[in-house]
Design a protein around this ligand. Sequence first.
Ligand SMILES: [Zn+2]
Length: 422
Amino acid sequence: MAIIEVLPRRLRERIEQLGAIGRDPAGGLTRLPFAPAHVEALQRSAQMMREAGLDAGVDEFGNLIGRRAGRRDAALLAGSHLDTVPQGGIFDGALGVVAAIECAQVLHDAGRPLQHSLVVMAFADEEGHAFGVGTMSSRALVGELGRSRLAQLRDGTGRSVDEYLRARAHGLPAARVPAEVDAYVELHIEQGPVLEQMGRTVAAVESITGILRAPVVIEGRAAHAGTTSMPGRADALVGAADLVLAVRELALAERGRAVGTIGRVHVQPGATNVIPGRVDLTVELRSPEAKVLETLRGAVEDRAHKIAGLHGLKMAWGTWDHSPPVPLDPRVREAVVGAIERCGHPPLTLPSWAGHDAGVLSRYVPAGMIFVVSTGGLSHSPDERTPWDAVETGAQVLLETLLLLDEAPGMNRRLPLAYTTR
Ligand SMILES: [Zn+2]
């Protein structure tokens, strides 16, 4: 059979077209979910989908869906998200959407039928910036966020998710994701430095990181910063500083298998001449390995206990919010690795240190991801870059993955869709 190839020029044009929607005067792209720029990106992507021979529409959770019928009912899903962080880059999310549309386009242009129906997904809210819930749209799709929760979640303008969804400002027809899904595949930029450091272009993702987050309150004694002698103090911020360094040291000791961050610190009373009496902070730990994550949590708690004793402080830990590591489907991963080899690149698998819609869908149907190199490991930045030849490689690997999965026997797996309308 003739080799079908993605068109690099069209990929670049479409990524740049979407990259022009939501330009922020402060730099980069700001395309928050349901805001006018996001609506425009949705409409532009729907037009691309129609050019690729797909039926385009939007479901009741704001996800853009492009569908091409196959011989069987079961679907292969491919895509990513169209929202960005404030002042983000042009590749995060848009790459996976445009590449999936390109796969549909070349199959359409070549008149190549598939066994499966092919469904291109553009999730509305992955980043979680406007409403504070990451991978919101995919979680809503599978019923992990109920209607009442969506009615409570509000953005900076005070509007709820539910209000935006009912308004359907995009004016596109209604559509639904099919329930019978044999696989979901997402092409994404790595957002880290590993591929570049290895001199590689593309990898299959083996797992999505687990994340533990806990709020901590450290209480000492606020007192005069001049009249209180150094040995007589119970300085909550000194305890917090020791904890910051301890998290760093303990995560480093896991030798690349974990990371740890304290990114939020609130000091009270926060006055120049008062010893800090109270600090509120959040500890975040990540690892793609459940055991490493547990060990690190224990080590951090032990050390925190010692730090509190050393400085005469009270340290109260809130409940750990836990999203466990998600191993991606081995069969989809094998297809991605096979596709990477077909495209003339050496096989490679990596964990993902960031969350993705693929992690949500993988709880219900076989899911996999393809990473392409991020220049300087940068993302969530106006300086986010991926070389155009790597974009082409990633899209071609996505196409080959879909072709390999199309030949595989059906999995008979279903998404627990939370649609209320028929
Ligand atoms: Zn993303």
